[in-house]
Write a protein that binds this ligand. Structure first.
Ligand SMILES: [Zn+2]
Length: 241
């Protein structure tokens, strides 16, 4: 199945549309942090569950989408990792929302998922083929098979889909207009203030800086480590010296 290619502006529009639906239902404008549980419950029609998700040696699976049951499953074996990294759980949830909202055919609830027909977790997260899943289960039981499996780049999300759902997560957690107006009020070249902004939106500092860079509200000079409030400011700085 050839999946849709999503352009950034369409992802932004879709995410903003969902947030607008939520604001309309709540009868008030949204303020940070964006209430993901309410978005799931009132707009997307999704629920959450903590459950153990099988991982291969060396693999990290934080969560999965069980489309037929309209469930986002968070991997309870990774609770410590979520606890260690502030904002990771929310970003992961937004990522799974993206799989649901951008790539799931809601008429058939067809989405390649982590879960086999019997409802048990499977090892291969993006195959629609039951046969391949069975083969992978066999491979997992022998050492050579495990080594082979680790070499399979295809186990992760398709790169286009990963990019799109991560962009969706960013746009949900840090809505364009909200983050713009909040970012305008701080000194974006000051790490301390950036950290406070990340806390306000309940996202990681990495997620925040990526979002600000997407919206041309920040440039991090990777060589000098210097922060600039826009691309224009960064270019101006460079030509000055
Ligand atoms: Zn994914």
């Amino acid at each position: 199945v050839k999946r849709r290619f999503w352009r950034n502006e369409d992802i932004e529009a879709r995410a903003q549309g969902r947030l607008d639906e939520l604001a309309a239902k709540l009868g008030k404008a949204l303020t940070p942090p964006i209430p993901l549980e309410l978005l799931a419950e009132q707009v997307l029609g999704l629920d959450f569950l903590w459950d153990a998700i099988d991982e291969l040696p060396g693999e990290v699976i934080l969560a999965g989408l069980k489309a037929k049951d309209r469930l986002v499953i968070l991997n309870e074996n990774r609770k410590a990792k979520f606890a260690e990294h502030a904002g990771l759980e929310r970003f992961t949830v937004g990522h799974e929302f993206g799989h649901w909202d951008l790539y799931t055919d809601h008429a058939t609830l067809d989405h390649p998922s982590l879960f086999a027909e019997d409802g048990g977790p499977v090892v291969y997260r993006s195959t629609p083929s039951g046969k391949l899943v069975a083969v992978l289960k066999i491979l997992r039981d022998v050492e050579e098979g495990r080594e082979l499996l680790q070499a399979f780049a295809a186990r992760a999300d398709d790169p286009d889909e990963a990019r799109a759902v991560n962009r969706y997560s960013s746009a949900i957690l840090m809505p364009k207009d909200l983050i713009r107006s909040e970012a305008a009020r701080i000194d974006r070249t000051n790490w301390h203030q950036l950290y406070r902004l990340a806390e306000r939106f309940a996202v990681s500092i990495t997620a925040l800086t990526v979002r600000l860079e997407q919206l041309d509200l920040l440039v991090i000079d990777r060589k000098s480590g210097r922060l600039h409030p826009s691309r224009e400011a960064a270019t101006g700085q460079r030509s000055l010296f």
